[in-house]
Design a protein around this ligand. Structure first.
Ligand SMILES: *[C@@H]1O[C@H](CO)[C@@H](O)[C@H](O)[C@H]1NC(C)=O
Ligand SMILES: *[C@@H]1O[C@H](CO)[C@@H](O)[C@H](O)[C@H]1NC(C)=O
Length: 488
């Protein structure tokens, strides 16, 4: 049934009402927490300049053992990334996708974990479009998936020696938005990587399926109540109770509605109370005990280069291809613009719109799949066979590449009932979902959970990496109480 004009108007009103409700709720919380009145001292500003220079000055290493690089896409837009290697080298390739509101620098703590195979693997952390040092995109729709596919293939070509393509594995690690996009790639471009490691963000198709399931059961129960309210009085409360996980999830994700307001409101949210939103989001990643939270360092990681860093170049070459693009300078000049671009993923449908691949992408993925199916290695062939099952998708969005899902249970943004329950049904072979009961949303940042992530990466991509029959058992060795939720 088509929606009547009245119904769509009502939906729009409700949407904007809720978006503005959240907007003012956040401003109220900033006020209540004193974020407006706590001034940034001169010292803070100086520290911010130091951190920006440390992370984003292209003429020096951003992190110990890493250098800056750019990759120019077919669209002429540039992605910025950091890597521990200059070119082809022995060892597996691990590509990292960060989330919101972040950049490649979000991985800085993980990259210093001793288990991370910095000596034995090629590590690549890219800035997502519109964030860090990567160009802003005109739209953050499935172009983002196109860009990441093109990027990963370019990194395989750059870092994997030609005679070792058979024996070298590519691993994609994604957190938050990097995880959302990772789920899509594992489902729609599985040949890109031999394994995905994804942490703390919804698989969008699953979340929609869970939403619809909750809505349907709740409305069925409500119908019973409506038929005979007196007899079925209890059904009213039962139908509301059934709806509860969905209400909770909607409230937790209220900020997403807010990011769909006009640019001026979104930009204001990014700068209000001295960037209280960004500071608050970053602060959540650190336990108070750890003493690791550095406000200015986090802010420099979230907002990317400043105008000063936009004058620098790789190897001081001053060539345009070794410098940040002009869209990065636009963001560098205004935190409001930067925040608006950063939130584009929430508005433009990178997670939800159907992805009609470009001919170039189809050709590239096809080449990867055929090379895998000709490979003598059985694990490769198996993954390519599962890729072939194009026309018998039992579930929309089911994954077709081996995936480890690592889930911090205390996530304040993504609740289990809508974002995780039922994910086991979407897994491909050789996959596991592992729950970390003490971890929150920021698994790559929190001390205890990032050690787990480093270990997983080492087992999959380190020096003597070989197939792990049961990853959860290995994780329990370093994280007491880790739970295996599902396995395929
Ligand atoms: C970037 O770093 C180089 C080397 O440390 C330094 O000489 C230069 O002044 C820095 N550039 C800017 C714009 O801060
Ligand atoms: C920078 O210069 C060094 C030595 O001159 C060279 O080995 C390296 O490849 C250059 N890096 C980039 C990214 O061009």
């Amino acid at each position: 049934m088509a929606k009547g004009p009245f119904r769509s108007l009502a939906e729009r009103v409700a949407f904007y009402w809720f978006a503005f409700f959240n907007f003012f709720l956040f401003l109220f919380l900033f006020l209540k927490n004193g974020a407006y009145t706590k001034g940034e001292s001169r010292q803070d500003e100086a520290q911010y300049a130091i951190e920006k220079d440390r992370f984003w000055n292209l003429s020096k290493p951003p992190l110990p053992g890493f250098k800056h690089y750019f990759h120019t896409l077919r669209s002429h837009l540039k992605l910025h990334y950091i890597s521990n290697r200059d070119g082809p080298a022995r060892g597996n390739l691990v590509v990292f996708f960060h989330g919101f509101p972040d950049s490649s620098m979000m991985w800085r703590h993980l990259f210093q974990e001793k288990e991370l195979p910095l000596q034995d693997a090629s590590i690549v952390a890219v800035d997502l479009p519109g964030m860090g040092g990567s160009d802003s995109f005109p739209k953050y729709d499935t172009e983002v998936l196109e860009a990441l596919t093109e990027f990963v293939i370019a990194m395989r070509d750059k870092y994997i020696p030609l005679d070792e393509t058979e024996t070298t594995n590519t691993i994609i690690v994604g957190h938050d938005w990097g995880c959302v996009l990772g789920f899509r790639l594992a489902s729609e471009a599985p040949a890109l990587a031999d394994r995905f490691i994804l942490t703390n963000a919804p698989h969008v198709e699953l979340a929609f399926a869970n939403r619809d399931r909750v809505l349907q059961s709740s409305s069925k129960i409500f119908k019973q109540f409506r038929q005979s309210p007196v007899q079925n009085w209890a059904c009213l409360s039962k139908s509301i109770k059934t709806l509860n996980p969905l209400i909770q999830q909607t409230l937790r994700m209220g900020y997403i509605f807010m990011f769909n307001l006009p640019a001026i409101f979104v930009g204001h949210m990014g700068t209000a109370a001295k960037c209280a939103f960004i500071r608050g989001a970053n602060n959540l990643g650190y336990s108070r005990k750890s003493g690791e939270y550095r406000a200015q360092e986090c802010k420099a990681s979230s907002f990317g280069p400043g105008p000063e860093e936009c004058t620098t170049s790789i190897n001081s070459s001053s060539k345009p291809e070794d410098m940040y693009g002009s869209t990065v300078l636009d963001r560098a000049k205004s935190h409001g613009t930067a925040f608006y671009q950063m939130t584009g993923l929430y508005r433009d449908g990178a997670g939800t719109l159907p992805w009609t691949k470009s001919l170039e992408t189809i050709a590239d993925l096809y080449a990867l799949e055929t090379s895998a199916s000709e490979s003598p290695s059985p694990s490769r062939r198996r993954s390519s066979i599962s890729n072939g099952a194009l026309f018998t998708d039992p579930r929309k969005g089911c994954l077709k590449a081996p995936t480890y899902v690592l889930w911090g249970e205390k996530d304040t943004a993504c609740g289990k009932p809508i974002c995780l329950d039922g994910l086991g049904d979407y897994l491909a072979k050789d996959s596991e979902i592992i729950l970390l009961p003490r971890a929150g949303h920021w698994t790559p940042v929190q001390q205890e959970s990032r050690a787990v992530l480093a270990k997983m990466i080492n087992l999959c991509a380190g020096k003597n990496a070989k197939p792990v029959p049961k990853m959860a058992d290995k994780i329990k060795e370093v994280y007491e109480g880790a739970v295996l939720l599902a396995q395929k």
